[in-house]
Design a protein around this ligand. Structure first.
Ligand SMILES: *Cc1c(COP(=O)(O)O)cnc(C)c1O
Length: 362
C-alpha cells in the first residue's frame, strides 16, 4: 500500500483509514446491488436504509435524547448561518450571538442580513483567544435563540462547558468538534455541523434538533430553506448527498468501535495533551496561541519566534510528510488539526518532529 500522509488538515480533513478501506471494498458493488451507492435512487430501499441507519446511529451515540431529530442538509454550515435566522427570527425577536472568533462572526453577520441581532458576550478584546466566562453570557430578553460556536477552528479555542440558556433555545455550531467528546445534548435546541471535519466527507451538513423547533417554519421563506421541509420529508425532499451520508454512517460505526464518545474523548485528550505539553515545555521556541483555559482539543494553534521560522517549519514538515500545519490565512501562525480520525501515533510523530526541528535550530 502507498504511504499515507500525516494529515493535519483543518477541513476537509483526515478520515479513518478503516472507513476508507471499507468504502473501497464496497465501492463498485454495494450490498450486491450491482452498482455503487452513488448510482442508485435515493428513493430506493437500500439507500433509505443507510440514511435512516445514519440518523439512528448519530442519536444513539448522543445517548438517544428524547424528542430530537436528525436532518441531512446541504450547503455546509454556512447555509445554516442563514437558515437559523430565516427560520427563527420573527418580528420583534433577535438572535443572540456569543462572539468567540471567525466562525461566530460569520454566523452573526449572516443573521444581521436577515433580522435583529444581539451580542450576548464577546472576547474580541482578548483577540478571541479565550471563551467568555459562562456567567457573562446573557441572551437578550427578546432573543429567539442563543448561538454559540463550540470550537473556533481558526483561533483554536473551545468551550469547556456550555452556557445554560434557560427557556431560550441554545443553538450550537459544532462543525469542528461534533462527536469529539461527551456533552449534554439536552442543553441544546439545535446543533449543526458540516461533516468534513469530524464526521465524514464534505457535502452533507448534519442538524440535530428538538422536533418542536423544526416542525413548523415561516411560509414566506423559500421551501428548501425551511427546516420543516426537511423534517416532514425525512431529509429526502430533494436528492440528498447520498455518498456523503453513507460515509457519515461508516464514520459513526467507527466511532462506536472506538468506544463511543467516551472512547474518542479520552484519545483526543491524550493527543491534545501531548502537543500542548510539548509546546509549553519548549522554552518559548513554540508558543500556544489560545488562552490555556480555552484551548481546543481539536485545533492546536501555535506560533514561533518569527514568521520566517514558521515558514521554514512548514516547509521542513512537508518534506517529512506532515501536511496542513499552516495556520488559517486570516490569523497566520501554525495549526495542527487533530480531529477524531487523526491517530495518536501521528500526533506523536508530529511532537517528535517538532523536537527535532527545534534541535536543528540550535
Ligand atoms: C468549517 C466551519 C464552518 C464552515 O463550514 P462549511 O461547511 O464550509 O460551510 C462553520 N463553522 C465552523 C466552526 C467551522 O469549523
Amino acid at each position: 500500500m502507498s504511504k499515507r500522509a500525516y494529515n493535519f488538515n483543518a477541513g476537509p480533513a483526515a478520515l479513518p483509514l478503516e472507513v476508507l478501506e471499507r468504502a473501497q471494498a464496497e465501492f463498485v458493488d454495494f450490498r450486491e446491488s450491482g452498482m455503487s451507492i452513488m448510482e442508485m435512487s435515493h428513493r430506493g430501499a437500500i439507500y433509505e436504509s443507510v440514511h435512516n441507519e445514519a440518523q439512528q446511529r448519530l442519536l444513539s451515540l448522543l445517548g438517544n435524547p428524547t424528542g430530537y431529530k436528525v436532518l441531512f442538509t446541504q450547503g455546509g454550515a454556512s447555509t445554516q448561518f442563514a437558515m437559523i435566522p430565516l427560520n427563527f427570527l420573527s418580528e420583534g425577536k433577535v438572535g443572540s450571538y456569543v462572539m468567540t472568533g471567525s466562525w461566530a462572526d460569520k454566523a452573526y453577520k449572516e443573521a444581521k442580513l436577515v433580522g435583529g441581532v444581539h451580542v450576548a458576550a464577546s472576547s474580541e478584546e482578548q483577540k478571541f483567544l479565550k471563551i467568555p466566562e459562562l456567567s457573562s453570557i446573557k441572551a437578550a430578553d427578546n432573543a429567539a435563540y442563543l448561538h454559540v460556536t463550540s470550537n473556533e477552528t481558526i483561533e483554536g479555542t473551545q468551550y469547556a462547558e456550555f452556557p445554560d440558556s434557560g427557556s431560550i433555545p441554545l443553538i450550537g455550531d459544532m462543525s469542528s468538534d461534533i462527536l469529539s467528546r461527551a456533552f449534554d445534548v439536552n442543553k441544546f435546541g439545535l446543533i449543526y455541523a458540516g461533516a468534513q471535519k469530524n464526521l465524514g466527507p464534505s457535502g452533507v451538513t448534519v442538524v440535530i434538533a428538538k422536533e418542536e423547533l423544526i416542525a413548523e417554519s415561516p411560509s414566506h421563506i423559500p421551501t428548501i430553506l425551511r427546516y420543516s421541509t426537511h423534517t416532514k420529508n425525512n431529509s429526502l425532499y430533494n436528492t440528498p448527498p447520498s455518498f456523503s451520508v453513507y460515509m457519515v454512517n461508516e464514520v459513526l460505526k467507527w466511532i462506536e468501535e472506538q468506544g463511543g464518545l467516551a472512547g474518542v474523548e479520552s484519545k483526543n485528550r491524550e493527543k491534545a495533551g501531548l502537543l500542548y505539553e510539548y509546546i509549553d515545555g519548549s522554552d518559548g521556541f513554540y508558543r500556544g496561541v489560545a488562552d490555556p483555559g480555552s484551548r481546543s482539543i481539536m485545533n492546536v494553534t501555535f506560533r514561533m519566534q518569527s514568521e520566517d521560522l514558521e515558514k521554514q517549519f512548514v516547509k521542513a514538515a512537508e518534506l517529512e510528510g506532515f501536511i496542513g500545519l499552516k495556520g488559517h490565512r486570516s490569523v497566520g501562525g501554525l495549526r495542527a488539526s487533530i480531529y477524531n480520525a487523526v491517530p495518536y501515533e501521528n500526533v506523536k510523530a508530529l511532537a517528535d518532529f517538532m523536537k527535532h526541528f527545534r534541535q536543528t535550530q540550535g
